[in-house]
Design a protein around this ligand. Structure first.
Ligand code: SF4
Ligand code: SF4
Length: 228
């Protein structure tokens, strides 16, 4: 019997941004100084998360957009390995990637092209890893332990008072937790239905606010609510 896939490609009606990543990698190869533009995608998600959670990862990041819009069509959608989501592994990845940055920047300090190349190299290397993981496990496997995603998840609001712009997924307590379709279409393999009695909603810092779960629930009992 054919094994049922854990998740499926879920069509999003959001604009395509992944071409920005391709453009960055192509132009950066010839003009390494533009590598510095990676800083936007390093600082942006963390700043946004302070007010909106991992909204940047779900809606703006060109690489995340590539996973959802492009690679999701070809990924086997296998479960993301549990160990990559542990705090220990995520902490290790933060130190590892920042150590790589630090060492390479040290040796190219003062030379704009050289320093830009450091950013370009890291984006290229992590993109290759992310693409490979998409074909082995699920499209957003990398996003489960990406250092910027981890920091964004950690600074995401989790208790009252919430910022005005913060929203969270709310599951009605009429959910019987039988179908669990919301979990099967979640790109981060989260389990929103487990929050059905929680008045504050689903506050997992890794929620991308993508609304896949809302769209997919056959009983239409999930909504995104503002908590302020
Ligand atoms: S998809 Fe809807 S009905 Fe099914 S488990 Fe999730 S919230 Fe409950
Ligand atoms: S819980 Fe819902 S909104 Fe959050 S990442 Fe998963 S599918 Fe998207």
């Amino acid at each position: 019997m054919k094994k049922q896939r854990f998740h499926k490609h879920y069509k999003r009606n959001t604009p395509s941004f992944y071409w920005i990543l391709f453009l960055y990698l192509i132009i950066g190869y010839f003009f390494p100084a533009i590598g510095f533009m990676a800083l936007i995608c390093m600082i942006g998600p963390i700043l946004t998360s302070l007010f909106r959670g991992r909204y940047w990862c779900g809606h703006i990041c060109p690489r995340g957009n590539m996973y959802d819009r492009l690679l999701s069509k070809y990924s086997p959608h296998r479960p993301i390995p549990k160990f990559v989501r542990t705090s220990g592994f995520r902490l290790f990845m933060i130190f590892f990637i920042f150590a790589m940055f630090g060492i390479q920047l040290y040796f190219s300090w003062g030379e704009w092209n050289g320093m830009g190349k450091v950013f370009w190299n890291i984006i290229l290397a992590t993109t290759i890893v992310g693409v490979l993981l998409s074909f082995i496990y699920a499209p957003r496997t990398w996003c489960s332990f990406c250092p910027m995603g981890t920091l964004s998840s950690w600074v995401s609001p989790k208790r009252v008072p919430f910022p005005k712009s913060f929203t969270s997924v709310h599951v009605s307590d009429t959910c019987e937790e039988k179908c669990k379709i919301c979990a099967r279409v979640c790109p981060m393999h989260l389990v929103p239905y487990t929050s059905r009695f929680d008045k504050l909603g689903y506050l997992d810092g890794d929620c991308l606010k993508c609304k896949n779960c809302i769209q997919a629930c056959p009983f239409k009992i999930i909504e995104m609510k503002n908590l302020s």
